[in-house]
Design a protein around this ligand. Structure first.
Ligand code: GUN
Length: 286
């Protein structure tokens, strides 16, 4: 049977470690790590994610500053709020939940965040640092994927990793992190030809296509480690709905290890946001 990698338990460990370090920062320097959370509009999934992020921040001793803006907020107002957060010494991390309403240009918004407070790691300066391997804040979901992989893999060097999905939020940065660990990385996407055959060669599969059940059991090499980043709500015949990942996990008994959905990558994304916020708070408090 494949090992089930418990993302919830690992996220709790990371959160507790952040809480201990945050308490130390308060005691030794009088600095309370602070996170500004900005949500524009009422996307139901975003509301859930933002709620989770703030709840976990509170558990870790991080102060959140919540900014809920109406869906028709002008871009200029959002940029002005970001400028205020950049200038606010109590705010060490700034998170603008994506997606934004269609009249707002996400690139303009992400560019406006001070790279030192960019706890999502989406600012071009942090993207550049990641691609050149020169530090910077690293996007939370990819960082969570690596921490999950590290629970079952000691030595990444030379392993074949296949990433499914080429998004800026997950696919591209996770590929860079795997490359940094000297994996041989193949990035694939929805138009990739012979995707099952490419996945069959992989020691590590990171599935981030947002396509429920895409990766079938017979795509996965025996012993491979499968990280399932997909979170899609799927309607059931009885009218209810359930969350499904990108992998048909019931077909993966021969894998070496797999992450569950829910309870795998999701909790780690939140825990890594807390870790990034603490890192940003420490960096600016010396
Ligand atoms: N929307 C989906 N994932 C993310 C994320 O990691 N950060 C932000 N800000 N928005 C998201």
């Amino acid at each position: 049977m494949a090992t089930i990698i418990d993302g919830k338990a690992l996220a709790e460990q990371v959160t507790q470690a952040v809480a201990a370090d945050a308490a130390r920062l308060v005691a030794e320097r009088g600095v309370h790590p602070g996170l500004a959370v900005i949500l524009v509009g009422h996307d139901p999934a975003s509301e859930i994610y933002v709620g989770r992020k703030m709840r976990q921040a509170a558990r870790a001793g991080i102060v959140s500053f919540e900014h809920r803006l109406p869906a028709d907020t002008p871009q200029a107002d959002l940029l002005a709020l970001i400028a205020r957060c950049n200038a606010d010494a109590q705010v060490h991390g700034i998170l603008v939940q994506l997606p934004l309403p269609p009249h707002i240009d996400p690139a303009r918004v992400l560019d406006a965040i001070d790279p030192a407070k960019d706890v999502d790691g989406f600012h071009p300066v942090n993207v550049g640092r990641l691609s050149s391997g020169t530090g910077g804040l690293v996007p939370c979901t990819p960082l969570g994927c690596i921490k999950l992989l590290e629970t079952v893999i000691d030595d990444f060097r030379g392993l074949k990793a296949v990433v499914i999905g080429k998004s800026n939020i997950v696919g591209k940065p996770v590929a860079l992190l795997l490359l940094e660990r000297e994996c041989t990385v193949t990035v694939t996407h929805i138009l990739t030809r012979n995707l099952p055959d490419i996945v069959r060669g992989a020691d590590i599969v990171v599935a981030a296509a947002g396509s429920p059940g895409l990766v079938r059991g017979d795509w996965v090499k025996p012993g491979a480690v499968v990280i399932d980043v997909g979170i899609t709500r799927v309607a059931q015949p009885d009218g209810s709905s359930r969350i499904r990942g990108d992998c048909a996990r019931e077909e993966m008994d021969h894998a070496g290890a797999v992450t569950p959905v829910p309870g795998g990558v999701g909790p780690m994304t939140v825990a890594c946001l807390l870790a990034n916020t603490l890192r940003a708070a420490r960096a600016t408090s010396f």
